[in-house]
Design a protein around this ligand. Structure first.
Ligand code: PMP
Length: 361
């Protein structure tokens, strides 16, 4: 048996074992081609099918119609921070941002290089421990878009509602919670995510964009930086990250066969409940950092009574095959990432370890 640990890394992160096994089985000879997906042309019928299937699956799972286009591009979610204002922010307009932590701050800073931004709301003054509510949002009429980060990977907070932005296009960075639950995705004009948490390996960024927003792309942009280029060519304008897209396709197939996003959400809910229950039982010891109404299902963040205990916790967990539990370097503490591919068994293992650690320390 190959040695596998329970991998709680925040991204790149654990992938479903059966997907990895399929990758291994198909690696040397992809469906009779005598080549691997790493080696075939992105213009081959085999890759065309992978690309088309991945796009169709994503739209199907998210319940999106033909007015949405799927793009598979490079550069990570961080490149999207810059491309969004480049494509959509015109003179006389502002990019409206809700600031809920590091990633939304970075998204806004990229827009500030190019134009004017406005804070629609921020939880900065409270250390980003919560997500602002609908009634806290101030969205100017001249907003080119409203940008939110649905899950805040570092601070462990998550939106549990879809903001109403009036007529303003809603754009979401869903890097750390895409396809983890059912929501009305048609409320968004654009969704983007680095694949490396819930959908596959790093190297491909998924962009979901509605036609009415796509039409607004500014036409002064370099070809590769314009969303229309990739939409018009089904993400085959240039050489895409083929192998990463192939793995995304396998992950999406698996989600579909497992019962879609409802089924995924059911397991994700149990996983997070398993951990938050311990935090609620013993809040002086397991100090959850997110406000209860904003808790993330994907990244559970907590502090222990001392940094020494946190170090010990992380080291002892690792010895038991529970890896990747260290909080982001900017905040410290513990972070338990429970992305789609983490099993309920994994969440239960970490919960059992928390209880044993508490008893012993
Ligand atoms: N947004 C969020 C919410 C993230 O968690 C991350 C990475 N952890 C990023 C953006 C940056 O993504 P990338 O590394 O793909 O540029």
């Amino acid at each position: 048996m190959t040695h596998r640990v329970f991998n709680f890394n925040p991204g790149p992160s654990t992938l479903p074992l059966d997907v990895l096994q399929t990758v291994r089985e198909e690696l040397l000879d992809y469906r009779g081609t005598g080549m691997s997906v790493l080696e075939i042309s992105h213009r081959s019928p085999e890759y065309d099918a992978i690309n088309a299937e991945a796009m169709a699956l994503l739209k199907e799972l998210m319940g999106l119609g033909d007015e949405y286009k799927i793009l598979f591009v490079g550069g990570g979610a961080s490149t999207q921070f810059a491309l969004i204002p480049m494509n959509f922010l015109r003179g006389g307009q502002v990019g409206a941002y809700v600031d809920t932590g590091t990633w939304s701050t970075k998204a806004m800073q990229e827009a500030q290089i190019q134009g004017n931004t406005v804070l629609a709301a921020s939880s900065k003054e409270a250390g980003y421990t919560y997500v602002p509510k609908q009634e806290d949002l101030e969205i100017p009429d001249n907003s080119a878009y409203l940008h939110i980060t649905t899950n805040n990977t570092i601070k462990g907070t998550q939106y549990h509602y879809v903001p109403e932005a009036g007529g303003v296009p809603l754009i979401a960075d869903m890097s750390s919670d895409i396809c983890s639950r059912r929501m009305d995705f048609s409320r968004f004009a654009m969704i983007y995510a680095g694949a490396q948490k819930n959908l596959g390996p790093s190297g491909v960024t998924v962009v979901v964009i509605r036609d009415d927003l796509l039409e607004r792309c500014l036409d002064v942009l370099p070809t590769m930086l314009n969303y229309q280029t990739h939409a018009a060519k089904q993400s085959l304008y240039n050489t895409p990250p083929c192998f990463a897209v192939y793995i995304v396709k396998l992950v999406l197939e698996r989600i579909k066969h497992g019962g879609g996003l409802e089924a995924v959400a059911k397991v994700n809910e149990k996983k997070k409940d398993t951990i938050y229950a311990l935090i609620d039982q013993d809040p002086d010891y397991f100090r959850g950092t997110a406000r209860e109404d904003s808790r993330s299902w994907m990244n559970v963040t907590l502090r222990l009574p001392s940094e020494d205990l946190e170090k010990k916790f992380i080291a002892e967990a690792k010895k038991r095959g529970l890896v990747g539990l260290k909080g982001h370097r900017s905040v410290g503490g513990i972070r338990i990432s429970l992305y789609n591919a983490m099993t309920l068994e994994g969440a239960e293992k970490v919960a059992a370890f928390m209880q044993a650690f508490r008893k012993a320390n």
